[in-house]
Design a protein around this ligand. Structure first.
Ligand SMILES: NC(=O)c1ncn([C@@H]2O[C@H](COP(=O)(O)O)[C@@H](O)[C@H]2O)c1NC=O
Length: 520
């Protein structure tokens, strides 16, 4: 382990670089640096040699060429234990560079700006930086490479303990981090440019590169004989299962994560205090209330049988009384809310296995994003389903009453989060029965009615949402037979006229949304 004699520092993101460089200088390290970084360090009183002086070649072409020089790359890549390398370096007057501290032009932040032009994007593709990072990471036996300012302290701690050197184990770990970083950087460039070549489809690049970070290992996957892990998107910001903080409880399982995502994304749709209870990726009870206690109580009563071992999501801070009502009444796997009061945490602490999650508040309008679904040997990519309806059109002789309309919109929102074929009966901003994941729409309707019957809730006077159109009038006949008074569905069937006539015959008010919400 040799002492660090010379470091090249060239950073766009300058957090902590002055303090770090000052500490390096304290170990007698000679610092080489580029334009803006050198200026900053000099202003802080740190002795710096310009890279152009080191190479004997000026920075040029608006900074496109600064460090791309054999004296830089020879100094980084030369193997210190290889006599032929050492001789060549001496022959050409190449001095070793033992540490490279580089982070890159902010390509992703630049293209995230709405007014970003192609020229802005191109100028923010870093060339010299990744080249140095890759050189240093390749020669990690002899060179320390730092791409993340979070590692400045790690390096300084080691130098302190060793009198100015960094171990090969740390060098290797830092090098791996570099290749992860440059892979993500190039992936972002290729995705952004690729979406603009016109060779892919619309905004989809010809080759899609994705990077996810390991967030959590787990005991097993969907079933105990499958192994599993949870990866999260780099830079994901919106409050979600991926950003949520676990306050207490057992480690989240594979199924917990999927179900908590389903519950949270469903509850996000409501502005009034709401509760969503999910089992196996489907909402089994959803309700709004004056407060979340009332919402939970109503949601639970929809289907107490299914709520057992469920996942419960709220769109308001979890308070003490609601937490108490849950833990005293039922077995629950996960509770998630944007915030959790201290007192609520203490109540849940009595059930040490219950996973309690706090995810923060979300924006009213989520940013557009893609949804991905693996198939064997490939992946389906689409815009996430973030819309609700195209237009609301009353198609029957009778228009829904205001109260029916409120319930129709409530059940429509829920239906969007129920696996297809989805039928949701609802009343008073509460689900009455949910029929999910059936191969026939009529069967989903029958199941929704059975669920209501099991919970002892009459369907009479409820409204009904269907995630896709009714292909035949039997869906409406069936709804009428259980007492449904109003229906919301996308419309668009060949037999719409027949279906509307059926609704009129039964005195049912029906609204078309012109938007389907299949969910698989
Ligand atoms: N062209 C080069 O030779 C080159 N060498 C280093 N850079 C980058 O220049 C940036 C630092 O520039 P400055 O020190 O002038 O603020 C770093 O993000 C570094 O990755 C370069 N810029 C782009 O490729």
């Amino acid at each position: 382990m040799a002492k660090i004699g010379r470091a090249l520092i060239s950073v766009s993101e300058k957090t902590g670089v002055v303090e770090f460089s000052r500490a390096l200088a304290g170990y007698g390290v000679e610092i080489l640096s580029t334009g803006g970084t050198a200026k900053l360090l000099r202003e802080a009183g740190i002795a710096v040699k310009d890279v152009s002086e080191f190479t004997g070649f000026p920075e040029m072409l608006d900074g496109r060429v600064k460090t791309l020089h054999p004296k830089v790359h020879g100094g980084i890549l030369g193997m210190r234990e290889n006599p032929a390398h050492v001789a060549k370096m001496q022959e050409h007057g190449i001095e070793p560079i033992d540490m490279v501290v580089v982070n890159l032009y902010p390509f992703e932040a630049t293209v995230a700006k709405e007014d970003c032009t192609m020229e802005d994007a191109i100028e923010n593709i870093d060339i010299g930086g990744p080249t140095m990072l890759r050189s240093a990471a390749k020669n990690n036996r002899d060179v320390t490479v730092v791409v993340d300012h979070a590692d400045y302290q790690v390096v300084l701690d080691e130098m302190k303990n060793s009198g100015g050197s960094v171990s090969r184990e740390t060098n290797f770990r830092l090098a791996v981090k570099v290749y992860q970083h440059t892979a993500a950087y190039d992936g972002a460039i290729s995705n952004w440019l690729g979406a603009r070549t016109g060779e892919g489809v619309a905004a989809f690049p010809d080759t899609l590169t994705m990077q996810y970070k390991l967030a959590q290992g787990m005991r097993y996957g969907e079933n105990p004989h499958q192994s599993g892990a949870f990866y999260v998107e780099k830079g994901s910001k919106e409050a979600s299962i991926s950003t949520a903080r676990q306050i207490q409880g057992k480690e989240l399982s594979y199924n917990n994560i999927g179900d908590t995502d389903a519950a949270l994304e469903c509850v996000k749709q409501f502005t009034e205090p709401a509760c969503v209870i999910v089992k196996h990726a489907n909402p089994c009870g959803v309700a709004l209330g004056a407060n979340i206690m009332e919402a939970y109580d109503k949601a639970y009563k929809t289907d107490p049988e299914s709520a057992f071992g469920g996942i419960i999501a709220f769109n308001r801070e979890l308070d003490e009384s609601t937490a108490r009502a849950i833990v005293e009444r039922q077995f629950v796997e996960v509770i998630i809310a944007p915030k959790v009061t201290e007192a609520a945490s203490e109540v849940v602490a009595a059930k040490k296995n219950v996973r309690l999650m706090e995810c923060g508040f979300w924006p009213e309008n989520p940013a557009p994003r893609f949804d991905y679904k693996r198939v064997n040997g490939g992946m389906l990519v689409q815009d996430a389903d973030l819309e609700l309806f195209t237009e609301l059109k009353v198609v029957t002789k009778r228009a829904p009453t205001d109260k029916e309309m409120e319930d129709l919109l409530f059940t429509w929102r829920v239906a969007k989060f129920v696996k297809s074929n989805a039928i949701v009966y609802g009343r008073d901003n509460s689900t009455v029965g949910v029929g999910a994941g059936q191969m026939s729409r009529v069967n989903s309707a029958r199941i929704a009615a059975i669920k209501a019957e099991h919970a002892g809730i009459p369907v009479q006077g409820a409204v009904m949402a269907s995630d896709a159109f009714f292909p035949f009038r039997d869906g409406l006949d069936n709804a009428a037979s259980v007492g449904v008074t109003a229906v919301i569905q996308p419309g668009g069937s060949m037999r719409d006229a027949e279906v509307i006539a059926a609704a009129d015959e039964h005195g049912i008010a029906m609204v078309f949304t012109s938007m389907r919400h299949f969910r698989h």
